[in-house]
Write a protein that binds this ligand. Sequence first.
Ligand code: ARG
Ligand code: ASP
Length: 715
Amino acid sequence: MKKLILFVFVSMLCFSSMAKEGMWVPTLLEKYTIEEMQQMGFRLSAEDVYSVNQNSLKDAVVIFGRGCTGEMISDKGLLLTNHHCGYSAIQSHSSVEQDYLSNGFWAMSQEEELANPGLTAKFLDRMEDVSDSVFAGTEQLEGDSLQAKLDYNIRRIQQQASEEGKYEAIVKPLYFGNQYFLYVYQVFTDVRLVGAPPSAIGKFGGDTDNWMWPRHTGDFSIFRVYANANNEPAPYSEDNVPYKPKNWLPISMNGVHPDDFMMLMGYPGTTQQYLPSQAVDMIINQSNPDRIKIRTAILDIFSKHMEQDPKVRIQYASKYASTSNSWKRWKGEIRGLNRLNAIMVKEAYEADFEVWYMQNDTLEEAYASVLPQFEQLYINLQPYEKANNYYQEIVFKGIDIFKLAENFPRNDKGWNRLDGEKQGLVRKALDQKMTDYFDDYDLGTDQELFTELLRLLRADLDQSFLPKEFTDLLAKYNDEKLIRKVYQKSVLADASKLKEIVAEFDSKAIDKLQKDPVIKLYNGLRQHYQQNIERVYQDIKSNIARVQKQYMKGIMAMEKNAQLYPDANFTMRVAYGKVEGYQPRDGVEYSHHTTLQGIMEKYQLGNPDYIEVEKLKTLYETADFGEYGEDGQMPVAYTASIHSTGGNSGSPAINAKGQLVGLNFDRCWEGTMSDIMFDPDQCRNIMVDIRYVLFIVDKFAGAGYLLDEMDLIRE
Ligand code: ARG
Ligand code: ASP
């Protein structure tokens, strides 16, 4: 009986296709999901979403920068994405005198738009299943020679598709390497900043509201893609002209209402829906708690210094935000996975799997070793997972001065091979890195991180994972002495001395720097990590990947009638659901949307994450919402039951008619476990209502001229 209940539970929660769970491959909609999408209200065809022959929605959706999504909203290359996606571009144009982060920025004509070296927009030209070509000639191979042949095939496919550098071509595995797809992108490198609201709107709610609903963040910014006279990608030039995209999204002024069909197109980064129970157990009981513990220590130190010094508050704002973002999600994940009994659900699924492969000898031969192998591999992984997390979070990310140490050449072999001109370039590059580094560096803060995090490293890791010089050092000194002897004696803590060294950087400087106490300490830790942790860790991980590939193959065979979507891998996906609120806990009902009134209510709380914006208040008080309001209210954000993850930020939220109605930017707290297990009752994605975006552009910023380029649909 108990087993039966578990089975029902499993088929409810696990891999069977729920209406709203899933991130689907856009070329496979016809096969898998279009029927259901249409039943839920979608009026377009699969061909309208992704077509090889004609312009389709996919032509309007881009990879923005390194990890976000954006979309075309005019025939003049206007691009919409999140404020938090454009943040570093906006920051790079900001100074104390001209603080675009605080005050917002609006180009009032194309001439005023700002160039952003290094920023790209990638348009997907095509994608295709290349599994056959990737697997060609691999049938008899195993282990390293299999991998070598796969890599060789992949390189050839990529090279061919790139047409001598005209495109960026990349082959990526799906279903843990049971399939491979080729993605071919056109990469635009002249992407200019057009507009951004002040952070008090674009980042409203800050870390207090991050990963939370009800939400009131106007999380958007606007860019424009430029091309050469032939409408092709070109490096920045004054002669470039606005890119004319193959497609752009019409914008609906009609708003969103409960039960409306809603679809996201975009680039979800990573999900892990097919992990075995041991992996989920490790996430809940070890990896997340370890990383949370370390980051709690970091955030406490950040807060303390940020509160004491306004300069540090600005310098560490971005570090704080990115450190706290995953920290908060990891906490939500533990909560959500426990609520779902995720480990038990996975175990029950594995029991199912066992029953399935035992039905005949061939299956048994193929799959009987999968689960026992997982069992053993995850036991082996455990200490290395811990050590790896500690090194990553502390040595490679947490302590700033170590990051600086990483940037200097470690021996003069390479240096001596460079000619004078190249050496000059290296000096210049080092100088630039140092300037950037010291801009956002505070000695007092980093020193405290240094002692506190090294103390944690030593206290929590087994001795065998630490170099002897390091444990000796910590045994010899108390915190204060350690700082004085190691940190303060280091030239890396002294910006002006370091600048001098870099100006005359040569092989003598390289030798000398290797004796610097911080560089020595860092190199010792780094080496110990590489020799005693990383290799074993990667080795176990690649064994796990091999078993996981076989497990996935089995899952697909067992569930051949179900629709299984591949884990997110930062390739274009379609996800869909309905506009709806949810019940976060007993007796509480969350509405699907928020309004400007909620911003005014939050102003009253005195929380520094809710900064008042005078003009927004006035617009509210005079109810000056123009055509953007509805029923006397100004809509701000809304939720839907769509499966999304990091990377989906900036994704267009598209209604039943294929029109843009919102801009995705986050998920709700109760659903943060959705990367590992999706719960249709609690998982909601969060979008800005497009009418709020237009209201801010037009009524607030007075940049209404931008709306003239857009296709606004009013009927
Ligand atoms: N949680 C959202 C995402 O994962 C938004 C993050 C940016 N906002 C912040 N307060 N850190 O990216
Ligand atoms: N905020 C995330 C992003 O930046 C989206 C998410 O994780 O829901 O992509």
